[in-house]
Write a protein that binds this ligand. Sequence first.
Ligand SMILES: *[C@@H]1O[C@H](CO)[C@@H](O)[C@H](O)[C@H]1NC(C)=O
Ligand SMILES: *[C@@H]1O[C@H](CO)[C@@H](O)[C@H](O)[C@H]1NC(C)=O
Length: 184
Amino acid sequence: MFSFVQRFQNVSNQAFSLGIVIVVFIMASSYYQLINNKAFSIPSNIDNVKTLINVRTSRYFGSQRGKAKENIKIKFDLNTDLTPLFNWNTKQIFVYLTAEYNSSDKIASEVTFWDKIIEKKENAVINVNDLRSKYSIWDIEDGKFENKDLVFKLHWNIQPWVGLLTYGETIGNYSLTVENKEKV
Ligand SMILES: *[C@@H]1O[C@H](CO)[C@@H](O)[C@H](O)[C@H]1NC(C)=O
Ligand SMILES: *[C@@H]1O[C@H](CO)[C@@H](O)[C@H](O)[C@H]1NC(C)=O
């Protein structure tokens, strides 16, 4: 009985170790493939970003105690080819457009305006004009957006079949200073 249990443990330990070796191998080789495909330096062209400021009093749009809050939306052009993110261990990729700005002297913010899940390599080329942001953004402070400097970037993460999420961003940002209400 003892030897049976011990034997079972030996075998399952070995299987477990082998499993770990395989997972590590898959992670390492797909990571190597990403580097080889220059996945960490994919160029992107974010362009022609236009902002629209709306003032909302709905809580759903960040307003508190009935106090109106500025919400910002954008329209943008985006051109990039995320094909290098696809290899045999890529299940899908999540791509998202963010803006970084300083809410105040002390608070640096990063907000997401748009995102997309891409499941197939054939759909990895993004070429859109005048696309509307999916999300309307409000500042965590009471801040106004006018005259704030926004830096837009395109980020991605890879959800693999085996292993951990891999994060990165494309090369090519776009900066603007928010002017007053422009119609989008
Ligand atoms: C935020 O402020 C810091 C320090 O002044 C500056 O280096 C940084 O570029 C600013 N960020 C943006 C997105 O403007
Ligand atoms: C924007 O891109 C330029 C050129 O690639 C780079 O030098 C700069 O650091 C980037 N800015 C930010 C805020 O990442």
